[in-house]
Ligand binder design. Structure first.
Ligand SMILES: NC(=O)c1ccc[n+]([C@@H]2O[C@H](COP(=O)([O-])OP(=O)(O)OC[C@H]3O[C@@H](n4cnc5c(N)ncnc54)[C@H](OP(=O)(O)O)[C@@H]3O)[C@@H](O)[C@H]2O)c1
Length: 331
């Protein structure tokens, strides 16, 4: 990766029309606008819109020079087209990985993928077999770097022992401190960077958290998620208002920019990926790349997090992650 590029990447899951409504043309506009305004890193997956999001990215960028954008996509689910979240099938088998990579290249209309993630481990297939396929693709120049997503330390070690893992993609934010010290140590030792997802917690670390969940449209995938239940969102919204808003205000930045910038200041960070359906947010999110947080501000954010931890522990007898119902794999 190129650390000199803007490290606020575009997450493209919301372009599958899963959160606020977005049309296919609107989605293509978001992708082009992102690059036009100085963005570079784009994260996608066959699972997003079951092939449709990769296709619309390919259509949006077909006139752009290939070196003007960076594509991270994923393997691990097969025959996605026409499927649903209920019917989609996981596989890390050698032949499936090779075939799905060809399909992604075709949909994206490119001849190499910059970073190829295994979306999440396939318990039915030895990790070594998946890695063999990924290394073959890398040797052939179809993918440049290998990553793995939704992994714990044990799984990461297994992937990395069968080849070179450059990045992991796990859910992580200033509200979801999911990188345990042992994982961090291993990543630092092996030069593995994090590409975190949900760094703004799907709007809970932006002004959106104050809108309340009743404003989510019918069909918004956030509805009913364990971390979007009204009583959970209320606790987070109060904390954001009392603890994070004053910091953002003082620095003259938005809450979202504070959360993105905080992530970018972590030493194991590669680039971050922020989903977006609103053209008005593109520039705001990209500008977070230039926000500098000094040591005392980072400490203030850590202290605010610790006070939320104490408050949740005292009131509910749980950690913040337990309270928000996040499982071992951080979904
Ligand atoms: N590896 C995996 O298993 C995995 C899992 C999930 C996601 N991902 C990747 O990670 C990316 C990021 O995750 P995500 O998109 O799920 O969540 P996210 O980036 O935390 O949140 C995206 C949502 O936040 C809201 N938002 C964005 N910018 C905002 C701003 N400036 N102010 C207010 N609200 C703002 C938008 O909601 P509205 O649409 O309502 O405006 C947007 O759709 C995904 O797009 C995908 O590429 C990977």
């Amino acid at each position: 990766m190129d650390m000199n590029k803007n490290r606020v990447g575009l997450g493209t899951f919301p372009l599958a029309d899963v959160f606020s409504h977005i049309s296919k043309d609107g989605a293509k506009d978001i992708v082009r606008q992102f690059i036009d305004k100085g963005g570079y890193y784009i994260d996608t997956a066959p699972m997003y819109g079951f092939g449709e999001v990769e296709t619309l990215i390919g259509e949006a960028l077909h006139t752009y020079p290939r070196e003007s954008y960076y594509i991270a996509t994923k393997c691990g689910y097969i025959d996605v087209e026409g499927k649903s979240f209920q019917t989609i099938q996981k596989s890390g088998k050698y032949d499936d990985v090779i075939r799905e990579c060809e399909r992604s290249l075709k949909r994206l209309n490119i001849d190499y993928i910059d970073l190829y993630f295994m979306h999440s481990p396939d318990p039915q297939t030895p990790i070594e077999e998946t890695m063999r396929a990924l290394i073959k693709l890398q040797t052939e120049g179809k993918i440049r770097e290998i990553g793995t997503s939704n992994v714990n330390l044990f799984e990461l070690k297994e992937y990395n022992q069968s080849g070179k893992i450059s990045f992991i993609q796990n859910r992580f934010s200033l509200l979801n401190r999911s990188i345990e010290p042992e994982l961090e140590e291993y990543m630092m030792e092996h030069a593995i960077k994090l590409v975190p997802y949900q760094v703004i917690d799907r709007g809970q670390l932006t002004g959106k958290v104050f809108e309340g969940i009743e404003n989510l449209r019918e069909g918004d995938l956030r509805t009913g998620r364990s971390d979007w239940l009204p009583e959970k969102v209320d606790v987070i919204a109060d904390w954001v208002k009392l603890s994070l808003s004053p910091i953002a205000k003082r620095l003259g930045i938005t809450l979202g920019q504070l959360s993105i910038a905080w992530a970018l200041h972590q030493k194991y960070m590669g680039f971050v990926i922020v989903g977006n359906t609103n053209p008005a947010y593109t520039e705001i999110n990209l500008k977070a790349n230039d926000v500098k947080l000094d040591a005392s501000t980072l400490l203030e954010i850590d202290n605010a997090y610790k006070s939320l931890e104490t408050q949740v522990r005292e009131k509910y007898g749980q950690s913040i992650r337990e309270f928000r119902g996040l499982n071992e794999k951080y979904f």
